[in-house]
Design a protein around this ligand. Structure first.
Ligand code: FAD
Ligand code: NAP
Length: 311
């Protein structure tokens, strides 16, 4: 029987791991299906974490977090969690590698990049279409790539790509951007970033080798055009990873918002005693590393108090 199971090893999960183990919990396991670090490891840079002056890649930034946790006794399982369910007073953690039981659970499964659903996307995904500039930008060194989206991710990654690629053409369905104005201004000042707004991507085009370009429509004029491109990056937000809370009868283990986020209070408590949720999966998440880390710490303190009162 685990004292605490932490699901997900992003900033929220790793902070929860640090605070639970350093707070005295003895048998804490973090379940992570990939490499710890979370979605920020796919980002080319992070420069807004308080106290860290250097601009680091997301991967480099997250590297010390796990080492710090393991120093205080956090154990980890690299495995996909299928479902968390109630089992009597406790919780059952169903994984691809067997079942575990835990007295308390902190779920920190974050989110995953959204796909556009445009014709040809599945066909050329991984063969010219990507959702990670850090991973794949280098493949298009000196070439022409497209970017879809108008949020912080699209604009920041367009800037990153503009340093590697000869030209970046950014497509967005509106003339206004969700991204921070300072980031938009920075992108607009780059000579090799071209903005195409308001536009809709109609189809990704390609041949047997992969993506060759796109067909798109200007919304103002309804004029359709094709553009040859070497690569294309889709940055249109992401879905919360709430599937592990889905029960066999189709209901969720705890209360959820209409957007599929978990409803928690300021202590990261769900409506199920002993179940805590932290980070991008929760309602009203600011979707920032520093906030996810704060959530993870708060959830850990709540879980420790829960165990103390349910000995
Ligand atoms: P995540 O980071 O999503 O971590 C969740 C973890 O859970 C993942 O490692 C995942 O593999 C794991 N997981 C999911 N499901 C399962 C399962 N079933 N079983 C086991 N493991 C599972 N924020 C900033 O503050 N500054 C930035 O500059 C910044 N840049 C960003 C750039 C990009 C490209 C993106 C996408 C986001 C950026 N963000 C930035 C936002 C930030 O990355 C997130 O807010 C933060 O990572 C959320 O942390 P989290 O721990 O809640 O979730
Ligand atoms: P986002 O803020 O949700 O923006 C998604 C963008 O994609 C929007 O501009 C949206 O258009 C567009 N879009 C959505 N679906 C589309 C579709 N099917 N076809 C075409 N366009 C579509 O997502 P994000 O940029 O990934 O950011 C996610 C969160 O992480 C945000 O809270 C963001 O602030 C945060 N983040 C922060 C930083 C930072 O602080 N440095 C960096 C990256 C991300 P509309 O605007 O028209 O809806």
């Amino acid at each position: 029987m685990l004292d605490i199971a932490i699901i997900g090893g992003g900033p929220a999960g790793l902070s929860a791991g640090l605070y639970t183990t350093r707070g005295g919990a003895k048998n804490v396991v973090m379940f992570e299906r990939g490499m710890p670090g979370g979605q920020i490891t796919g980002s080319s840079e992070i420069e807004n974490y308080p106290g860290v002056k250097d601009v680091l890649s997301g991967f480099d930034f997250m590297q010390p977090w796990q080492e710090q946790c393991f120093r205080f006794g956090l154990k980890s399982e690299q495995v996909n969690v299928e479902r968390v369910a109630k089992k009597g007073e406790h919780f059952a953690i169903h994984t691809d590698n067997g079942d575990f039981e835990a007295r308390a659970v902190i779920v920190c499964t974050g989110g995953s990049p959204k796909r556009s659903g445009v014709a040809g996307e599945d066909k050329y995904y991984g063969r010219g279409i990507s959702t990670c500039a850090t991973c794949d930008g280098f493949f298009y060194k000196g070439q022409h790539v497209g970017v879809l989206g108008g949020g912080d991710t699209a604009l920041e990654e367009a800037l990153y790509l503009s340093e590697i690629c000869e030209k970046v053409t950014l497509f967005h369905r509106r003339n206004e951007f969700r991204a921070a104005p300072v980031t938009v201004a920075k992108a607009q000042s780059k000579e090799n970033i071209v903005f195409k707004t308001p536009t809709i991507i109609d189809e990704f085009l390609g041949d047997s080798k992969g993506l060759t370009g796109i067909r798109y429509t200007h919304k103002d004029t309804n004029q359709q055009e094709t553009l040859e491109l070497n690569g294309f990056f889709v940055f249109i937000g992401y879905d919360v990873n709430n599937q592990i809370l889905l029960q066999e009868d189709g209901s969720f283990l705890c209360e959820m918002s209409k957007f599929g986020e978990v409803i928690v209070d300021l202590n990261m408590k769900t409506n199920v005693p002993g179940l805590f949720v932290a980070g991008d999966l929760r309602i009203d998440a600011a979707k920032q590393v520093v906030c996810a880390a704060g959530d993870g710490a708060r959830a850990a303190l709540s879980a420790l108090a829960y165990l103390e009162h349910h000995k």
